[in-house]
Design a binder for this molecule. Structure first.
Ligand SMILES: [Fe+2]
Ligand SMILES: [Fe+2]
Length: 152
């Protein structure tokens, strides 16, 4: 019994996507921002593992709340940094942050209305992973030329 449970878990993992890993290509050079980005990589990885282990329903509610708190605080910090150094990506960054909050709200609304749905949860973690590569890796990193202003 235990063996077949392990086997089915291994099979599920075999089809699961690999977690996104932090690397220097995501570095903005601003330590506080990089640390917060690393936290989002970890949140995504941990949640993907929980989903693969069939435990998504236990932590989805907490994930939605954590993401909401994380995003509000992180976006504020990052938008302030980009505004203060007049980063050319500032406007594109804040527009994308608004759309992230709208998307998150849609997931929250669906959860409030219908409860936990594994397909929705999987979609959310895929969305976050796309955000890590498309947003952090393309827009947030444009802070890099200004990072000296935020040291010390
Ligand atoms: Fe951003
Ligand atoms: Fe960011």
């Amino acid at each position: 019994m235990a063996q077949s449970a392990r086997l089915s878990r291994t099979l599920r993992k075999g089809y699961a996507k690999a977690a996104m890993k932090w690397s220097d290509e995501y570095s903005t050079g601003v330590e506080r921002i990089d640390n917060q980005h690393k936290m989002l990589f970890r949140m995504s990885e941990d949640f993907r593992t929980s989903l693969d282990d069939g435990l998504g329903d236990r932590i989805y509610d907490g994930l939605l709340k954590s993401l909401d708190m994380y995003a509000r605080s992180h976006f504020r910090l990052e938008e302030n940094c980009m505004a203060s150094c007049e980063c050319p990506a500032a406007k594109e960054n804040s527009g994308a942050h608004r759309r992230f909050m709208e998307t998150l709200r849609e997931f929250q609304d669906r959860y409030s209305a219908d409860g936990f749905a594994p397909g929705d949860a999987r979609e959310l973690v895929d969305y976050i992973d796309r955000w890590l590569s498309d947003h952090i890796g393309r827009i947030d990193v444009q802070l890099k030329p200004f990072d000296a202003q935020f040291k010390g």
